[in-house]
Design a protein around this ligand. Structure first.
Ligand SMILES: Nc1ncnc2c1ncn2[C@@H]1O[C@H](COP(=O)(O)OP(=O)(O)OP(=O)(O)O)[C@@H](O)[C@H]1O
Ligand SMILES: [Mg+2]
Length: 335
């Protein structure tokens, strides 16, 4: 800013214009498509980036140094440049088709030949013991991991070569088992990054509206460390919902919530999602889950061992067998 000061222009005639011109040329060379696409691209990366965990207590060391509470950056108030090419999926047609998906980590085969589909407007639960491969399956859907084989269609489009930010922009959104977020930013800015990542028309307004709808308007400009577990879950949901997704993936959204908060969580989800959207929920709280979803997929050791109506799946002998003797029973105990 010092270089652009008027005094320079006075002492050296024309210098100010020269500096401006040089700066413009530099920006044009470094960012040929203009600065806004670069910001949007960055936000798309950030929006889907599993970075620091929201569960960490308190702000990071830099957060403690920063005295004033975080304010939304004026850069983020810019209007969108790109139009979202988004079409809602007609009901009764699949939003998500997973076919023959397999994944190994070294010698550890985590998913084998997983296949299922989710129609528009449906809610599907995924259950299975710890380590069954549930989160890995989400990671493959959202391109946080690459499958070894198999295919994924999203709204009829093959997305296997599409990276996480693009899938997000197209309407695939998720929450994380370990909540993700940026500690040095306010709750509002955390949502704004997601809104820009999804190329929402008015990121700031959409984010504020979303925080209001999840009951966090009063804490929008505060610090992340001031949020309770339930509020962090609400913030995660706001981040996922601000993109108005056609497919919402929730990874253990009820973990850490008490009875009343659990009941409220799914109510909030229903208030926020569009009728045509599909929801897939990984959840260990089977009792809460089966009251909410219309069908359940049971995974064990990376294979689909049962799928269908919730009551049928949870009373399937193979499903009970898979859970008996597994660490899942520890989870079942606290429900
Ligand atoms: N990035 C990774 N690198 C190596 N192994 C991994 C990785 N992610 C997951 N695994 C392994 O893959 C298996 C499945 O893990 P995953 O997280 O998908 O299970 P899960 O069904 O979500 O379990 P939980 O109910 O405990 O969350 C586990 O054995 C896990 O250790
Ligand atoms: Mg998991």
């Amino acid at each position: 800013a010092m270089f652009l000061d008027d005094s320079i222009g006075e002492s050296v005639p024309g210098a100010q214009e020269l500096v401006y011109a040089a700066a413009l040329v530099l920006v044009a060379l470094l960012i040929p498509r203009g600065i806004l696409p670069a910001i949007e691209k960055g936000c798309r990366r950030l929006a889907t980036w599993p970075g620091t965990s929201l569960e960490q207590k308190g702000p990071g060391p830099l957060g403690r140094l920063a005295a004033p509470p975080p304010r939304p950056s004026p850069l983020l108030r810019m209007p969108r440049r790109t139009l979202r090419q988004r079409l809602p999926q007609p009901s009764g047609t699949p939003v998500l088709e997973v076919d023959g998906v397999a994944k190994s980590f070294g010698a550890n085969r985590v998913l084998s030949d997983v296949a299922f589909s989710v129609d528009a407007g449906r809610r599907v639960g995924i259950i299975g013991p710890n380590g069954a491969g549930k989160t890995t399956l989400f990671n493959i859907m959202t391109a946080h991991l690459r499958a070894d084989s198999g295919r994924i269609l999203f709204k009829g489009m093959p997305v296997d070569r599409m990276r996480a930010p693009r899938r997000y922009e197209l309407g695939m959104s998720r929450t994380f088992q370990v909540p993700q977020g940026f500690h040095l930013m306010s709750p509002l800015d955390n949502v704004v990054v997601a809104a820009i990542g999804a190329s929402m028309p008015d990121p700031m307004a959409a984010s504020m509206d979303m925080l209001e709808r999840v009951g966090l308007a009063g804490k929008a400009l505060g610090e992340l460390s001031a949020l309770t577990t339930a509020e962090i879950k609400s913030l995660e949901l706001a981040r996922a919902m601000v993109s108005e997704p056609d497919l919402l993936l929730l990874d253990e959204p009820l973990a850490g919530l008490n009875e009343a908060e659990r009941a409220r969580f799914f109510e909030t989800v229903d208030e926020l999602v569009a009728p045509h959207a599909a929801i897939v929920v990984i959840e260990h709280s089977v009792r809460s889950l089966i009251q909410y979803v219309e069908s359940v997929i049971a995974l064990d050791e990376g294979r689909v061992i049962a799928q269908g109506p919730p009551e049928e799946v949870v009373s399937d002998p193979r499903v009970i067998e898979a859970y008996l003797g597994s660490r899942w029973m520890e989870h079942a105990g606290d429900q």
